[in-house]
Design a protein around this ligand. Structure first.
Ligand code: C2E
Ligand code: MG
Ligand code: MG
Length: 421
């Protein structure tokens, strides 16, 4: 639950202002300011910039409207929480939320009017992370990172991929992790941006390819046959020798290319598309599987997808978690399913965390799932003992299908609003 000391309510409707005043008074907020339009609101924010810790704003107001006001909040340098409460359509509300987050404002949530105690409580009485105070990240020094890459500090973790129907563990995605004496354990969100910044992505990718394929050889030798997926950055996907390097290495280790998947994100398709087509075509000709990662977050169109010989689509986790509750995400999942069927692609859903999400995804016809529900990314030895203790299959999660279906229907009805970020 959030505790606020000073807040600002911005709404042209006096009834809404008074309702919100009473609501926040009941939460013991000490200073409650209000404004009927964006220009008065901007003045209040300027005057109380250091003290204000929440602004709750309408979108449709006379004079400076809510969207302009969001821009002002950014320009003034407001660092508190932001909630957008509006009677506009879900699409406009969502766009306003994304705009605000894109302008580095800390969006705590968006509420569809009419305001009720329930939808206010959902935002203000639950512990929810606000959007990260964007773009604050500590980068790893170039020399330190080069040391980590060259001195065995890169460690691939493996996250299981499970067949929805048979529950068989069919593969694993390799995700980069690092170990450093002074920095400790490092995640992909630290290593990847730093490697890009310091021009070390090729080296990092080579180390990952080497380690992952050697691990696959070791597992094959112990009777564990899995398809292993590697993530390839957009810049590496334009290296014309990538298919040859990968094929030579697989051959040296006597690995079947069909047991290796190259995951590329939609972001890779944005420039030099001919080079991307060239590399992806040659990867396929050499027998590797090719996957479009984070599907739905980019802007690839039908033409792009049709002109690439892909074998897999991975629906981004944001659609998995919101598909149950948001019309747009649900429609995106349906579109992905149709597209995968039309292009004969294996469909994977990533980021499956709950049995409700699993039920939803399974019902849509997704083939493979990946997510914390089954297993987090694990070091190779942890993955192996987890795999062996499960005898290659994850436990059956369908405890009471009828009861869960009823729960899901209820959940779907109740949770369509508000739109949260
Ligand atoms: P990705 O390829 O889409 O990988 C999935 C990410 O989602 C992983 O984050 C994974 O830990 C996380 N994840 C898996 N299941 C769940 C879940 O149920 N819930 C939630 N909330 N998250 C889940 P990670 O390991 O931090 O990697 C982030 C991204 O960094 C990857 O996204 C990928 O784009 C990139 N990456 C990771 N390893 C490599 C690599 O070796 N090379 C390149 N080029 N990129 C990599
Ligand atoms: Mg991936
Ligand atoms: Mg992904």
């Amino acid at each position: 639950m959030a505790t606020y000391r000073s807040i600002l309510i911005v709404d042209d409707d006096p009834i809404v202002r008074s309702l919100l005043r009473s609501y926040f008074a009941s939460l013991f907020v000490k200073n409650i300011y209000d404004a009927a339009d964006g220009s008065v609101a901007a003045e209040i924010v300027r005057d109380h910039l250091d003290a204000l810790d929440l602004v709750i704003t309408d979108l449709n107001m006379p004079g400076i409207d809510g969207v302009q006001f969001l821009r002002n909040l950014h320009d003034i340098g407001f660092r508190g929480d932001l909630v957008i409460a509006s009677g506009e359509s879900e699409a406009i509300l969502k766009t306003a939320g994304s705009l605000a987050a894109g302008r580095d404002l800390q969006v705590r949530g968006c509420i569809s009017k009419p305001l009720t105690k329930n939808n206010l409580d959902e935002i203000f009485l639950t512990d929810r992370p606000t959007a990260a105070p964007a773009r604050i990240r500590q980068t790893i020094d170039a020399v330190v990172l080069a040391g980590i890459i060259n001195e065995a500090g890169i460690v691939p973790y493996f996250q299981p991929k499970v067949d929805v129907r048979t529950r068989k563990i069919v593969g694993a995605e390799a995700l980069v992790r690092g170990e450093d004496k002074s920095l400790g354990h490092l995640g992909a969100h630290q290593l990847i941006p730093a490697a890009r910044e310091h021009g070390l992505m090729r080296d990092l990718t080579n180390v990952m390819i080497t380690k992952v394929l050697k691990q696959q050889r070791a597992w094959n030798d112990r009777g564990i046959e899995l398809n292993l997926a590697l993530n390839i950055d957009p810049a590496q996907l334009r290296e014309m020798d990538l298919p040859d390097r990968l094929a030579d290495f697989a051959q040296d280790l006597a690995l079947k290319p069909q047991s290796i998947t190259v995951e590329v994100t939609e972001e890779s398709f944005h420039s030099n598309f001919l080079d991307v087509m060239d590399v992806v075509a040659r990867l396929r000709m050499k027998g590797f599987c090719t996957s479009c990662d984070d599907f739905g977050t980019g802007t690839s169109n039908m033409d792009t997808l049709e002109s690439l010989p892909l074998t897999e689509l991975k629906i981004d986790q944001s659609f998995v978690s919101k598909g149950l509750t948001h019309t747009f995400a649900d429609a995106a999942v349906h579109a992905a399913v149709r597209l995968a069927k039309a292009l004969d692609l294996q469909l994977v859903a990533e980021g499956v965390e709950t049995t409700d999400e699993l039920d939803y995804i399974a019902e849509q016809g997704v083939d493979i799932v990946q997510g914390f529900l089954f297993g987090p990314p694990m070091a190779a030895y942890e993955f192996e003992s987890w795999y062996l203790s499960n005898h290659g299959y994850v436990p059956d999660l369908s405890i009471d299908t009828e009861e869960r279906a009823a729960h899901r229907r209820q959940h779907f009805k109740q949770k369509r609003q508000p739109v949260n970020y």
